[in-house]
Design a protein around this ligand. Sequence first.
Ligand code: NOJ
Length: 753
Amino acid sequence: MKSNSYTIKKAIYSIGILLQILSINQQAQAQHKTIDQKVNAVLKQMTLVEKIGQLNQYNDDWQATGPVTLDSTKAEQVRNGMIGSLLNCVGTKRTRKWQEIAMQSRLKIPLLFGQDVVHGYKTTFPIPLAEACSWDLPAMESAARVAAVEASASGIHWTFAPMVDIARDPRWGRVMEGAGEDPYLGSKIAYARVKGFQGKNLGDTNAVMACAKHFAAYGAAIGGRDYNSVDMSDRLLWEVYLPPFKAALDAGAATFMNSFNDLNGIPATGNRYLQREILKGKWGFKGFVVSDWGSIGEMINHGNVKNEYEAALSAITAGSDMDMESRCYKNNLTQLLADNKINISLIDDAVKRILKKKFEMGLFEDPFKFCNAQREEAALNNTTHTANARAMAAKSIVLLKNENQLLPLSKNLKKIAFIGPLAKAVKQNKGFWDVEVPGVDSTFIVSQWQGLQNKVGINTQLLYAKGCDIEGDDKSGFDEAIAMANQAEVVILSIGERRDMSGEAKSRSNIGIPGVQEELLEALLATGKPVVVLINAGRPLVFNYTADHAPAILYTWWLGSEAGNAIADVLFGDYNPAAKLAMSFPRTVGQIPIYYSHFNTGRPATNDNDRFYNSSYNDLSIYPKYAFGYGLSYTSFEYSGLTLNKKKMKATETIQVSLTVSNTGQYDGEEIIQLYLHDKVGSLARPVKELKDFAKVFLKAGEKKTIQFFINQDKLSFYNQLLQRVAEPGEFELMIGASAEDIKLKDSFELIK
Ligand code: NOJ
């Protein structure tokens, strides 16, 4: 008996071990499953309601960035697996609360939290258009990195950025959100920003998913009116508007957002050509597409679908995976299936794309990995972020004018009058897409007044007067401002737009400096004191009086939380401004759209007297007020010695271009050297010049450096009539410029067969 029971015990023990090994094996196998296998395993268990739930994104009740639909059963829907993602839900406390509810659902599929982290999170960076003027790709990548570090620590998985829409109409309020008018610069910036947001690896705790938006051509809204239609040739679409999206994809952008506009009559949200054929087809995009806010339902207003049922059909067929806020998917996909209008494979594909990202983010392993309150506290109080924002802000300031080297100001001035409605403003510096971070007030934003105070020594007295408001015609503050100016050696005047005057739904037909601000400048100039003007804005404004009369102008845009310190750094020469405009500045609204890479036409105008020629209005110069690529420095640069290592190249070859840039002024500084090409004779007319490369170099005063560029087939290629990207043999003009207008050196070469 004894030996029998021993045998039985041994057998049980062995079976136990075996089971343990089997289970370890199973676990190991589970761990070794590819993400696709894991996605399929989850998908198999999902009911139709749960599948549709993954395609459904709601706004949290905290704040809104679009017209809200209130939903008292939100929590219950999350618990029932009917919501895949929330937007405008920020902070570890709030995201944890929602994720805990999601964990009560049958399959415990984690929620994704999305947010417009467009130019910083708690630490606000300059608006994207301002940053674009730095042409500093590592700096922009690092700005996006900081935003991701803060946002991810605050519960956010996914930013609705970067906006990569090319924009050539400054009436459109959303020009502030992109990288300006040029597809080459725009593509480089799109790439850098995606890398910055997503970091080394999706799945790292400090990486947020990027979202390239708005796909596509939203920036070309007719008349610059937000949400308006876009009518565009395929050639223009491929050549100008799509490249930054392709660059974002190449950088690994996890998601795309479609757009509000119709493109040639078909709303982008229901546009099969854009989403299925180009993005998911030709480009092989493996992430998912989210609609813009309510844009699925808005197709009814566009008028190409009758009702929400048809809207859902159109969007899902066209390749929109997630429905932001319209509820069309939630309310109609089941019926569409029952009616055999769609196949379940269409829904499965969208669900799989979304689940895949949730797996890649590591949320199935740990749904709370972004909800650590201590980490949030540390990230939001990290002083290196502030230093980063200050440097980025200084790099974004464009010196438009500096007569008689008025700037930089001496640190030994006795009295400075700081005047204007934006001098002491705090929140205005944050720009349009700042995020309301729970529990964080505005006290950390460095106003321009504070920045100046931080900079000047005890021997300098700062005088202040507001002078006038941003808007309105009240001049009652002028006298006080004039009195202050009269006492000072130098006047600094801070004027411009309010931060809610450029941004979404902020198109303006009059883009002058609002109110009586330019009249205030006129009054101050009449004192005979030198006046430095700071222009705060979210778009290129029209300000001819200021441009023609003020001796010094800094275009400061909206610079974010460190605005004051950065402006002071530039005013007093602790940073030598180097930024160059990423968008042409028009002389009048009537000159819009104006961009440097226009065609020559049959009657190219070469000067303002060419009246029977193109580009010329009878009442206006042919030139913009400030050209693309323009911006001054406190020092001066000379360009010389352009050499090409050969004058003929085959498509498989490369031409090496070299030149020398010398800093001939008194200050150390950076110069942005721009390389433009012009394809002289093509099967299609080609732009007069196109940016194809640039270099930003630092030169000590008196220093010179050799700069090299390489021309390859890609830089010579364009979309021909058949929309094939080709480089056609022939002559190319090569221009090296300090701006698109200020061409310093020229040569030419030939592409041969
Ligand atoms: C609408 C905007 O067009 C889009 O850019 C933004 O991401 C969403 N609202 C969410 O706020």
